[in-house]
Design a binder for this molecule. Structure first.
Ligand code: CP
Length: 354
């Protein structure tokens, strides 16, 4: 447990702050937030932070940073069990989400995470923003930064868009999914969820099933899991398997039944129905038959295999409802863990000692 989240420490800090508020109110020269912020700085200086300004991907992330995020997320999850699910480390920090693609889980959980850490959050609605008038990505982000924003969380259809923004602004940039490249916080929450089920991922077998070619989740999962010593197999139709994927250290298979036989975790990816028109696979029905996870197929895997999905699910396509809602499924636990992991990322980027 990190010191900063020790309830006793906060009681002491809060008591000290109340005493000081009473004194300063009387003399009327300091604002309440100045006092709490001052105490926060002292607390934040007692913990570590990430070495980087931004979180853009899991490829190349140091093992030290990866483990620090996972450990911090564990402390953050403890806050969920408290009657008051709010701690003050990011008080006075401003966080903006800028999503050029739809999202339910990622955007909402970043907002929830930021609020639990007492940060202020805003979401830029693209349809009513000046992006609709043709403003460039960099201009949009520079203008948002000019309003005193500390972190910008970006989802964009273009791979590398958050990297470009990160080079052009001083605020922290978090990649919430860029094209087919990476979705680092999804990778982190998937790994965190696996670590809640298995003490270590070293030599554990993780099978990722589906549209590997267009999946940023698959890439982030592979980079993170390989760094932690897991064995990763990617399974899908040849038309949805990217060239050179073996270079990541993942093993390629086109036979789901063979691949899941000794799997410890099966992470099923969404089939992007819009791609079906392009002809990556003959029909949704055929895909479901050849690669969909159903109870019959799952019964031939290990009894304690854990089933995962980053969401949103196409029920009856990549996975049946029976499997999605089974006791082996941890899909909603992944969503809960997404808040803890995003709290950890925000805290380690915006708080702590550099
Ligand atoms: N897993 C995920 O990224 O979901 P959203 O698209 O709803 O954010």
């Amino acid at each position: 447990m990190l010191d900063i989240f020790c309830p006793t420490k906060y009681i002491i800090v809060a008591t000290a702050a109340v005493i000081r508020i009473n004194v300063t109110r009387r003399f009327g020269f300091i604002h309440i937030y100045d006092i709490i912020y001052d105490d926060e700085i002292q607390l934040m200086n007692s913990v570590k932070s990430l070495k980087t300004k931004d979180l853009l991907g899991l490829q190349g992330m140091s093992l030290e940073d990866l483990n620090l995020i996972l450990k911090t997320a564990h402390s953050m999850k403890e806050i969920f069990t408290r009657p008051v699910k709010r701690v003050p480390p990011l008080l006075a920090k401003n966080i903006v989400t800028l999503f050029y693609e739809p999202s339910t889980r990622t955007r909402t959980s970043f907002h929830t995470a930021a609020k639990m850490l007492s940060a202020s959050t805003q979401s830029v609605a693209l349809s009513t923003s000046s992006v609709a008038k043709g403003e460039t990505l960099i201009d949009t982000c520079k203008n948002i930064e000019a309003m005193g924003v500390d972190a910008l969380i970006i989802r964009h259809s273009m791979a590398g868009a958050p990297h470009l923004v990160a080079k052009n602004i001083k605020a922290s940039v978090i990649n919430a999914g860029d094209g087919f490249n990476e979705h680092p916080t999804q990778g982190l929450l998937d790994i965190f969820t696996m670590l809640e089920k298995a003490r270590t991922l070293k030599d554990k077998h993780i099978v990722i099933v589906g549209d590997i070619a267009h999946s940023r989740v698959a890439r982030s999962d592979i980079w993170g899991l390989r760094a932690l010593g897991a064995k990763v197999t990617v399974v899908g139709p040849p038309s949805l398997m990217p060239k050179d994927i073996e270079k990541t250290g993942a093993v390629v298979s086109y036979d789901i039944d063979k691949a899941i036989k000794d799997a410890d975790f099966i992470n099923v990816l969404r089939i992007q129905k819009e791609r079906q028109k392009i002809g990556y696979f003959p029909s949704i029905e055929e895909y479901a038959q050849l690669y969909g996870l159903n109870s019959e197929r799952l019964s031939r895997a290990k009894k304690d295999v854990v089933v995962m999905h980053p969401g949103p699910i196409n029920r009856g396509v990549e996975m049946t409802s029976e499997v999605a809602d089974s006791l082996q499924s941890v899909i909603l636990e992944q969503v809960t863990n997404g808040v803890a992991v995003r709290m950890a990322v925000l805290f380690l980027l915006l708080g702590g000692k550099k």
